[in-house]
Write a protein that binds this ligand. Structure first.
Ligand code: DGL
Length: 258
């Protein structure tokens, strides 16, 4: 059993990719909907959430975990957190993909406030290449847009917010943009409209590929069972998640940190 977690529905971008790559992998998904968003909180608080989320997944039978949340991944890295089971994060694989994709050496990064303040993607890109120049912009309002299903390209609300957030990247001239929050790939259409021709790096998909590489063949071949757990409002999550996944799912409410 593999555990995947996020603060809410963002991690479903990783979940969807993981299922396409490993249809027989048994997965328990946790959305910490009682405490979403993570990205506006302190590292100390997020660190506590990560420990509780992973403890819950372990208790539910997970023997490996994907942190399908860039905010939590940035804290996991900067706080050098350690666990008894293997943990995969989304920062390293996204940075590697961005470094391989850029032709002009200019990489933009968008994420939550915590992720941008932790400089997680910049530090990783600097380790990979000293020739890459970066600019990072926090886009916290993208998270509630996705949580509330406001992702349609024809909707003026997400378009206006994206126009304001993404303007610095037009001046910066990046050819590659890391969607450094797993909620953001769900706004790819809106983001591409503002930055046509820019290669978007999907941190959810990057994390799923890293998970695939980290799991043994045995862990990938179970019965393909999926359990969706949330810490609050399972009905609301089920509606949004069903739309994102393109199939009807039913989430159950669980207690985390007990
Ligand atoms: N999906 C998350 C991330 O990748 C968390 C967003 C949030 O809860 O603020 O950063």
């Amino acid at each position: 059993m593999t555990g995947i977690f996020d603060s809410g529905v963002g991690g479903l971008s990783a979940m969807k990719a993981a299922r396409a790559m490993m249809p027989r992998c048994d997965i328990v998904y946790l959305g910490d909907t009682a405490r979403v968003p993570y990205g506006t909180r302190s590292n100390a608080q997020i660190k506590k959430y990560i420990a509780e989320d992973i403890a819950f997944l372990e208790k539910s039978g997970a023997d490996a975990v994907l942190i399908a949340c860039a905010t939590a991944s940035s804290v996991y890295i900067s706080e050098k957190m350690q666990f008894d089971i293997p943990v995969t994060e989304v920062i390293t694989p996204s940075a590697l993909l961005a470094a391989a994709a850029t032709k002009n050496g200019r990489v933009g990064i968008i994420g939550t406030t915590a992720t941008v303040e932790n400089r997680a993607f910049e530090n990783k890109l600097r380790q990979i290449s000293d020739k890459i120049v970066t600019t990072a912009v926090p886009c916290p309002l993208f998270v509630p847009l996705v949580e509330n299903g406001l992702t349609d390209e024809s909707d003026p609300v997400p378009n206006e917010i994206a126009r304001r957030y993404l303007a610095p990247f037009i001046t910066f001239g990046c050819d590659t943009l890391i969607l450094g929050c797993t909620h953001f790939p769900l706004l790819s259409g809106v983001i591409s409209k503002q930055l046509p021709g820019v290669t978007l790096i999907n941190s959810g998909e990057a994390g799923a590929s890293a998970l695939f590489r980290a799991l043994s063949r045995k862990s990938r071949s179970g019965s393909g069972s999926i359990r969706y757990c949330v810490s609050d409002a399972p009905d609301k999550f089920s509606v949004t998640a069903s739309r994102i996944l393109g199939e009807k799912i039913e989430a159950e409410e669980v207690e985390i940190g007990r």
